[in-house]
Design a protein around this ligand. Structure first.
Ligand SMILES: Cc1cc2nc3c(=O)[nH]c(=O)nc-3n(C[C@H](O)[C@H](O)[C@H](O)COP(=O)(O)OP(=O)(O)OC[C@H]3O[C@@H](n4cnc5c(N)ncnc54)[C@H](O)[C@@H]3O)c2cc1C
Ligand code: SF4
Length: 326
């Protein structure tokens, strides 16, 4: 790690001011809690001319309950605040579980919801110091011409490893993007694309301002599980969220999302076709096959990719069984 590079720091007081500053300086980088961005700056991965500090934005950490039982969460809410909010935890316990599973207490007291969803992708060849990367001729994502994970390919396979995205995807969350041009809402899945070097669809002048959670469906349950090397503090090797509603012992709705395995948080395709079926051995095996087919862990962590595929599959299958028996 090196000292931080030179930059100008701006501290807007409102979202409108932040959006105007971002429009005027497209190369500016947003910093919220800084727990993802600052280590990357100290590794020399980026050298922005300006940082826009979002920590002073009025109302950026608000929680607004909606009359239909849903809620809108400000992107500036810290993970510690999410985990400690008893009202949120009563409606969406898996969200509190995921917030508590991220990093360590010190990080969570600064780390934000928006920063967690917009954090950079990760790779053992990328999250390294400048001299380490230089001595390996850098890589395709930054400064080099070859991906060391898949040398014959032309894309980056760094993994998205955020803890909150799978739960929010499984719960059907939407995100609000704000710019000087106005605001727009989109399903969380559309915030991402499958490219480790450019995994966010945010325009250069946009920031994530709020997350909307729909009211929990009656009788629905949602759970979160995470596999990591160090239990006390670590990114997920694989993390899974399952949202399940049963009616008369058969699936009324099922959503499954994963993190740590692909360059974007993955909302599993094909689960709607399982509606009407009981959660038995055949169904669990079918879900396992869907997971194994759609996750694509690569050699971007110190743990073998096939192990991560098997762990992701096993975590989903176990969680689905647990939720089905209540
Ligand atoms: C030792 C260590 C362990 C960690 N373990 C985990 C872990 O287990 N799980 C996990 O999920 N994360 C982990 N992290 C990463 C990080 O702590 C979290 O992802 C955190 O939630 C990031 O939030 P932040 O507010 O600090 O983001 P920042 O560092 O401020 O920003 C992260 C990125 O998001 C962008 N950004 C921030 N806010 C917005 C916004 N509102 N709109 C658009 N872009 C925005 C920034 O420009 C930056 O690119 C770990 C980090 C460290 C250092
Ligand atoms: S996956 Fe390849 S291009 Fe992407 S960060 Fe790793 S080595 Fe670099």
């Amino acid at each position: 790690m090196h000292a931080l590079p030179e930059f100008t720091l701006q501290r807007p007081g409102t979202l409108a001011e932040a959006a105007a500053l971002l429009a005027a300086e497209p190369g500016a980088r947003l910093v919220a809690g800084g727990t993802d961005l600052l280590p990357n700056l100290r590794r020399g991965l980026e050298r922005p001319r300006m940082l826009l500090d979002l920590s002073g934005l009025a109302g950026f950490d608000a929680v607004d309950d909606e009359t239909d039982g849903g809620a809108t969460l400000g992107a500036g809410l810290t993970l510690a605040a999410i985990a400690a909010d008893a009202t949120l935890a009563a409606r969406w316990p898996a969200l509190a579980e995921a917030a508590l599973a991220a990093a360590a207490p010190g990080h969570r007291s600064a780390a934000t919801l928006g920063g967690n969803l917009c954090q950079d992708t990760r790779c053992v060849f990328y999250n390294q110091s400048e001299w380490w990367r230089a001595s390996n001729d850098y890589c395709l994502k930054r400064g080099g011409t070859v991906c060391h994970v898949a040398p014959t390919g032309e894309r980056c396979h760094a993994a998205f490893s955020g803890d909150l995205a799978p739960v929010l995807l499984a719960l059907g969350a939407q995100v609000e993007l704000q710019s000087a041009r106005g605001q727009r809402w989109l399903p969380l899945a559309q915030l991402y694309r499958d490219d480790g070097a450019a995994h966010l669809t945010l325009a250069p002048d946009e920031l994530l301002s709020r997350v909307r959670l729909p009211a929990p469906r009656a009788g629905a349950v949602c759970g979160y599980r995470k596999a990591r090397v160090r239990g006390a503090i670590d990114f997920p090797l694989a993390a899974v969220a399952v949202a399940l509603a049963l009616e008369g012992g058969r699936i009324a709705s099922l959503a499954i999302a994963l993190s740590g395995t692909n360059s974007h948080p993955l909302l599993l395709a094909g689960t709607h076709e399982l509606a009407g079926l009981p959660v038995d051995d055949a169904l669990v095996a079918r879900v396992g096959k869907l997971v194994a087919q759609q996750v694509s862990p690569m050699r971007s962590t110190a743990t073998p990719s096939n192990y991560r595929r098997q762990v992701a599959t096993a975590l989903v299958q176990r969680l689905l069984r647990e939720l089905a028996v209540g």
